[in-house]
Design a protein around this ligand. Sequence first.
Ligand code: ATP
Ligand code: MG
Length: 406
Amino acid sequence: NVSRLDAAWSVLYQLEQAGFQAYLVGGCVRDMLLGNSPDDYDVATNALPSEVQELFPRTVPTGIRHGTVTVLMGDERIEVTTFRTEGEYADSRRPASVKYVSTLEVDLSRRDFTINAMAMDRHGRIIDPFEGRADLQKKTIRAVGEPEKRFQEDALRMLRAIRFAVVLHFSIEERTWLAITENAGNLSRISRERIRDEWNKIILSDIQVGIQLLNKAGLFDVVFPDVPLQSPRKLMQAAEFAKRLPEKIALRQAALFRQLSVGETAVQKILRELRQPNALIRSVISILRAIPDVDPLTWTDAAWRRYLYCHGKDIALDAFLIVGYIRVEKQNLILNKLYESIQKQPIWSVKDLTVTGQDLIAELNIPPDPVIGHILERLTELVLENPLCNTRQSLLAAAREMYENL
Ligand code: ATP
Ligand code: MG
């Protein structure tokens, strides 16, 4: 995003012109050195939040308690944070207070991993006190400082280590890994929302490596305390299965639960407890419900039509991606049959009938009462049974007969 980078550069420049130090820091520096384009740019400065607010005409105090002011530049938003350390950590969660410090180095030392603890100045020079660049080269996730201590300060960092390893295809340095395995249980003190955000990044990435690392570290059971205990073999088979599917959270989550034999009620509870949005939970459940128990190649054409009418096209497509891998030897046959059935599907809802409730009232002299809804429903069944019936003439005739026989 070029204009966002321009905006970030302009923020650095203006802070420097005003006599402050200012650097790009954290994830954006890592991503630029990797040749990836960052999603957003964070700036660190020795200017106090009030000074940042004075300097820029449009600001929002988005995280003022942590020293963060968001500067608005055109349509872009740049987060500017005053150099700080984190005070005492009461309970492996969030620092109880933040303290401003005068140097960039101290600010960098509070960051989680060496690859996230680099800064870049306005001239593109890299400030790298913890050898993050070397770790980028070695494709290594390494805690800044004492891993034990850093994970005891903030247990979420353990999950972040795995997320970065998965997303970047890096490995986790030995001592950092050891400290994760020894402190895994502390992740349960972290808010479910923060855990969810990391999990959602893992599931969209290499879910197989992700689940393997989570399980080896002892973190899987903390992320999913209500998933019944699984053998590592079954867990890895499920992960391998989910990985083949497109990168969509609902689809992969449904596939995982299905392969781990987690039932609908448990699925609902687990996802609620992980604070996943209701829309996502509904999708997962709908996909699971749409996975047929029997081989769909044994279905009649009418059974296909009823299936599609019941579940809808999008959910059917997702469910059949899963079905295709369950019955992998017939995958092509099954998917082709699905696509063909979607093409031929006569109606997707009552609105696709060639008659409306209004038509029935007018043409058949039926009073507008609940009977209309009932007749329309029977007409959809008729059309799903025999698509040729979906003409105005046949449906009106059928409706008349239904009404007379009520
Ligand atoms: P991405 O935005 O791609 O997920 P990121 O590295 O930018 O990755 P953010 O959560 O945006 O991650 O955090 C920005 C920076 O803040 C990190 O690069 C790191 O330096 C620091 N940071 C974030 N979370 C923590 C944490 N829990 N402990 C220590 N430092 C952290
Ligand atoms: Mg970021």
